[in-house]
Ligand binder design. Sequence first.
Ligand code: J2J
Length: 539
Amino acid sequence: MTEGFTPWPADRARRYRDAGHWLGRPLGTLLRERAAERPAHTALVAGERRYDYAALDTWADEIAAGLIGLGLAAGDRLLVQLDNRAEFVPLCFAAFRTGVVPVLIPPSHRIAELDALAGLSGAAGYVIPGAGGFDYREQAGELRRRQPGVRHVVVAGEPYGNGEGTVDLTDLPHPAGAAGRPEPAPDGIAVLLLSGGTTGTPKLIPRTHDDYHYNARASADVTGLGPEDVYLAALPVTHNFTLACPGVFGTLSAGGTVVLAPSPSPEDCLALIGRERVTVTATVPSVVPLWLEEAATGRYDLASLRLLQVGGAVLAPRQAAAVRPGLGCTLQQVFGMAEGLLNFTRLDDPEERVLTTQGRPLSPDDEVHVVDEDGGPVPPGEAGELLTRGPYTINGYYREPERNLSSFTPEGFFRSGDVVRRDADGCLTVVGRVKDQINRGGEKIAAAELEAHVAAHDGVRQVAVIGVSDEALGERVCVCVVPDGTPPTLRALKRFLRERGASTLLAPDRLEILDDLPLTAIGKVDKKALAARYAPVLD
Ligand code: J2J
């Protein structure tokens, strides 16, 4: 498991331990400790189901024994593609306790990504949601045909009835002696997250027990979370923001209560805030106006809500200013990335800073450089690329030696690809990207990934995918095609992508047919020129 993983250099690791950031305890202990302190306090709410800390802790142990019973061992990778359902939480802790490494995949991904991720991670198993929504069994069957290393398909939730080729999470064998296993090493990989990605399929982000525990704990501190807090997981739990910033793990580390929203719809989320007396939640900018509109109906009791975190894409200052009047709570802007670095506006920041910046780094040991194209520092207030390293930022993607050479500097700084400005107080404002990625309401779409799919269409000679700005989502996906004979229509292209098994996130919003693609001086497709050509005309 250490193969393909770039550890922190020894001197920095020592510094983070000495500073108390890294506790040297595996992530599974986070739940165990709270369960010992307040066993009867509610830890998790999902629909009508409620679990106190003792019950959640026991459930995690049962699943841990089940994973061992399946034949999984420390270091084995397990694809976990679950929506916001109760089973997700104890399954994560079961993995952390056994050293099995979950690879967290959003529900929207389909066979093309799954196949690539199973291959890259060398996964031994695949966990899918139970009956009720999209049926993942066909996809699981196809995955096993393509990737024979995936030996187990585990169903989490409502059993399908005819369990052919699958095993239900509740039916895993429980061998005697599973309890006496050694704990996983705290500096080893706890979880593999997916990168937003700019090239091809997503990259895998190895987060260690030590660093992710710190990530969750420090995020809980900066949001002022305590045992009386109730956190609503409104966005998908497989995403870093919802999982650990502070999200599910940060809330549990603070002894609070996690409520899982069955959908991100404003109706469901606002109703849950009232019903469960939610105090903190998180969302993306494109959802903010929908929540505000729904809240304005006056049908909801939002009195308990004290903090709304917004991150993932640029939040317009006008929207930011509407949060307190519309929802009656404090706004916290969060500029984060699954690779590590998190920036937060602080609860006691002046209003102006909260409305117009994306905050400052979480840790005193986060190192941030803002650099020009030659890698030299830019003066304060000027835009440049953000480079970073620190106690919870990775030093390399998992099993990507080639890509790591370009994604990290020789000194170990991660090249975020984000263009930011840093003001005199150290607060960052995101102004753009150097990387070729479209941010559709917080969903990151790698242009290259969609281009590879579109290029496979018979009617396409050349393709370039760009983002065009959009008021509701920030950006929408525009596919520019030079045809080979008859080009597809937008509808036909969408069908083609679906049939190829591309992620549902890769759906284009707009198709433009061109005679040729504009090129830059060195012959690369000039995406800036394309973006200018298709930019909406603003009045
Ligand atoms: C502008 N762009 C932002 C922001 C992220 C918390 C919050 C978000 C993420 C996330 C996360 C932005 N304004 N406030 O993991 O823990 C863009 C940047 C960044 C990329 C990372 C978290 N917040 N972004 O969005 O790994 O371009 O993480 O590099 O999905 O989102 O995407 P992702």
